[in-house]
Design a protein around this ligand. Structure first.
Ligand code: AMP
Ligand code: MG
Length: 418
């Protein structure tokens, strides 16, 4: 099933601003079709295909929020103490048998149903039990420590919308409602390739000019965390014909074909030409640093994204270009990144008109605020600049310089990967 039609984008050779790229993806890419019923234990990280409606109220019945004594609020004197007769005992899981009468209290425990007629619960710490009676103070509000049926969820309400990516708390809610299965979108199938005559598999013999492949490992893990089904198709050499046939074949059985390397303007960069042979380029070059030469295209209805070769550029373009594309293909609701304001501890200059990502470590100050400290090495090939930092500062298009003390948006790696 084609997600992208051939005329869905107009190819632009100019630098595409990030916001425009995101708009194009949101407007023109259609989510994949196909759903399946999945049990709760297999649902984490997957995308809901349909709204979930609550089959029952939550809580299902009025119950006590504390261990204590259920009373009729009207029996409690407005001032001084009130002595009530203990008329019964209710533990969690036991249905209330008899209604509470005037002047009575019922010993009750957390989660036990409210006895009919009782409307308020005194915490056991706030009262004095004396034999068959309990002495309660004045001043407790009507309805205190009582949980009303439906105060959390009303039966029939939409509790989880279609497109929600399910995390532990969403699955817990489904379980609390008594559900055992959820209707989910099928996983997005992604094929990954590395490209480059110099790239070799880790563990193989390496001659002087060879480079161990880091990008397929980076991409596979980032894709796994997004709930994709990943097919690792290995390393391709810088051969236009081989690239074209490999991309074309991969497009047949996948929803997205993802490559790294070979998309720049060097003489050995053939990925773009290969895409144009078997499909169509949608855009090439986004106004982003690192990672400017990033390509998106369509190969017979299947999405294609060609990322740069340097691992840091791969990381940044994955987060900024592939992630929104994948979320859209997966039928997920948009998940806007949420930069958290921190304080720059350094000066930095950049070009206007492009979005720039700076790798930083955070340091907590005495006043509880966070300072962002730039990694000493800027190069897009410096992998330790990703492993020795906590996340990325996002410097927007309008910014031309920051100085120590400037407030800037920080994206943690943890927030970017999910
Ligand atoms: P390219 O865009 O193909 O010119 O690659 C840019 C740089 O990234 C070159 O130094 C490549 O050797 C390096 N590179 C490309 N692919 C990978 C990879 N899979 N793993 C590690 N480095 C890579
Ligand atoms: Mg290359």
């Amino acid at each position: 099933m084609a997600q992208l039609t051939d005329d869905c984008f107009a190819f632009s050779g100019t630098l595409l601003p990030v916001a425009e790229m995101e708009k194009l993806i949101a407007e023109r890419v259609t989510p994949i079709s196909g759903t399946e019923q999945v049990s709760l234990s297999g649902a984490r990280g997957r995308v809901l295909a349909a709204d979930v409606l609550a089959p029952i109220d939550l809580p299902h019945f009025d119950n006590s929020a504390v261990d204590g004594y259920a009373v009729r609020h009207a029996d409690v004197k407005a001032s001084g103490e009130t002595k009530l007769a203990i008329a019964g005992r209710l533990t969690a899981g036991k249905a209330a048998s008899a209604a509470i009468g005037p002047g009575q209290a019922i010993r009750i425990f957390t989660g036990a149903p409210m006895p009919p007629g009782a409307d308020t619960v005194f915490m056991q710490e706030d009262v004095r039990a004396e034999g068959e009676t309990v002495i309660v103070p004045s001043g407790l509000k009507l309805g205190a420590n009582r949980r009303l049926a439906g105060e959390d969820v009303r039966a029939g309400a939409v509790v989880l919308p279609a497109g929600r990516i399910l995390e532990a708390q969403h699955i817990a809610l489904a379980a609390a409602l008594g559900l055992t299965k959820l209707e989910l979108r099928r996983r997005v199938r992604v094929a990954i390739f590395s490209t480059g005559d110099e790239i070799v598999e880790p563990g193989t013999k390496r001659d002087g000019a060879a480079v161990f492949d880091a990008n397929r490992y980076l991409l596979a893990e980032l894709l796994n965390r997004l709930g994709c089904m990943v097919t690792d198709l290995g390393i391709l050499t810088d051969d236009p014909a081989k690239l074209a046939s490999a991309l074309s074949e991969a497009a047949e059985a996948h929803d997205l074909v993802l490559t790294s390397g070979g998309v720049s303007t060097g003489e050995a960069d053939h990925v773009r030409t290969a895409v144009e042979t078997v499909g169509r380029l949608v855009f090439w070059r986004v106004a982003i640093k690192p990672g400017r030469p990033v390509a998106m295209g369509v190969i017979r209805g299947t999405a294609f994204a060609g990322l740069p070769g340097n691992p840091v550029a791969v990381f940044v373009t994955f987060v900024r270009v592939v992630r929104p594309l994948l979320l859209r293909l997966a039928g997920a609701l948009p998940q806007p990144l949420m930069p958290i304001p921190v304080t720059s501890a350094f000066a930095y200059e950049k070009k206007k008109g492009r979005r720039e990502y700076v790798r930083v470590a955070l340091r907590r100050r005495n006043d509880g605020e966070y300072d962002a400290i730039k990694h000493p090495q800027d190069g897009a090939g410096i992998i330790t600049s990703l492993t020795e930092t906590d996340g990325l500062l996002e410097l927007t298009e309008d910014v031309t310089a920051i100085a120590p003390g400037t407030r800037v948006g920080f994206l943690s790696y943890a927030s970017l990967a999910g």
